[in-house]
Design a protein around this ligand. Structure first.
Ligand SMILES: [Zn+2]
Length: 399
């Protein structure tokens, strides 16, 4: 029996702290583990040795600040995690191990609005095929992270908004996919997963407070506060698309007027350019034309940036993040959009919040969400599977 406060339970708690730190960071030197867990160097050294002997972690020589060090990561064999991302026009699946290595990744076109049953069927097939190509035993799968392009109700696990995904009304995506794959499924929206992906693998590495802004059919933000996603009780935190910029502006799909979304989302921005640039224009094309020097497209992208910057300034005053990462294809406009965002931030945010902020393009492009889905499993899986046994029991999930 373990009693709270006993040597055994203290030791167990220390093991968990070390595993959790390495699980989220990918790899850390022993000194970094000591800093991030608050444990002494000697304790970390003992725990790492024990975890290494048990096969939970791998230790490789590295250098830190010109000195020899030992880099600790979870063992690649300890288990695999799967990310599934439903975008508006694609399905993307990635397979990774606990050492943060991506082993396989593939995407295919999918009209997500059509039918949720077709979407889940395709996801199941793609997951099974990719697991098979990696040659990993299906029983090694610890969990699946699932991204959907709409807000998830935290209580019920169903999609909260029906305006973006009409074919998914009343669906519980996590339950649906878990039923098909037979492993735990963790669900979140695309903006939250984008923020996790950039935090663990991309432009957010090394910071603990981050806002990831995604402009697509709508405008949303994924908020990471002190290293964790902030969702709010209803799962709607980060809906910056509905910050009011102009009380007499266009009517938004939420029913209010002049929301940030009405100045930045494709359905409002493209009509400005269609008379001069033709009816088939897409946002990707606008970004491309702007990069090639088209004055009208540059003007529109710059205005979008200024408006996003106003929203970011509000966010800065409220949350004081150290980094804002712009995701989605809009980020490919580079300084054409980032410059105006920074201008608005320095104009509207309180100086002390603006000074500490860096605004960067996403480093992962269209992969941010699926990698974020992998990171979601790493973040939510808990440590008991790893510490009880380094080889999880086989399950018939992927046969
Ligand atoms: Zn609105």
């Amino acid at each position: 029996m373990e009693t709270p406060g006993s040597q055994t339970s203290l030791h167990r708690a220390n093991l968990e702290r070390v595993v959790r730190a390495v699980r989220m960071a990918g790899s850390l030197t022993q000194a970094e583990i000591a800093r991030s867990t608050g444990l002494s160097a000697a304790t970390v050294s003992n725990i790492v040795r024990e975890l290494k002997d048990g096969g939970t972690v791998e230790v490789t020589p590295t250098s830190a600040g010109g000195r020899r060090a030992r880099s600790v990561s979870l063992s690649g064999d300890a288990g695999i995690v799967i990310g599934v991302d439903f975008g508006h026009t694609h399905l993307r699946v990635a397979i990774g191990n606990l050492a943060h290595q991506v082993l396989a990744e593939e995407s295919e076109p999918l009209d997500v609005d059509a039918s949720s049953a077709e979407g889940f069927g395709r996801a199941e097939q793609l997951v099974n095929r990719l697991v098979e190509t990696t040659g990993i035993a299906p029983g090694k799968v610890i969990g699946v992270g699932l991204g959907v392009p709409g807000p998830i109700d935290v209580e019920s696990g169903t999609l909260g908004s029906t305006s973006i995904l009409p074919g998914w009304t009343g669906i519980n995506p996590g339950q649906e996919l878990a039923g098909r794959l037979g492993v735990p499924v963790y669900v979140d929206n695309d903006a939250n997963l984008g923020s996790l992906g950039e935090l663990v693998w991309g432009a957010g590495r090394g910071v603990k407070d981050l806002a990831y802004i995604k402009v697509a059919s709508g405008v949303g933000a994924g908020l990471v506060i002190d290293g964790r996603i902030y969702r709010g009780p209803g799962g709607t935190a980060g809906e910056i698309g509905h910050i009011t910029l102009d009380e007499s502006g266009p009517v938004c799909r939420c029913g209010n007027r002049g929301c940030l979304e009405t100045f930045t989302a494709a359905r409002y921005v493209l009509p400005l350019l269609r008379p001069s640039h033709g009816p088939d224009l897409t946002m990707d094309r606008v970004v491309q034309l702007a990069r090639e020097g088209d004055p009208g497209c540059r003007r529109v992208i710059g205005d979008v940036g200024r408006h996003i910057g106003s929203g970011v300034a509000n966010l800065c005053n409220l949350l004081n993040p150290s980094r804002v990462v712009l995701g989605g294809s809009l980020a490919e406009a580079g300084e054409l959009v980032l410059g105006p965002i920074r201008d608005s931030v320095s104009r509207y945010a309180i100086p002390s919040a603006a000074r500490q902020l860096s605004v960067l393009p996403g480093a992962l492009g269209g992969r941010a969400e699926v990698l974020g889905a992998l990171a979601l499993v790493l973040s939510e899986m808990g440590d008991s599977t790893l510490l009880e046994s380094t080889a999880p029991a086989a399950s018939p999930a992927f046969t």
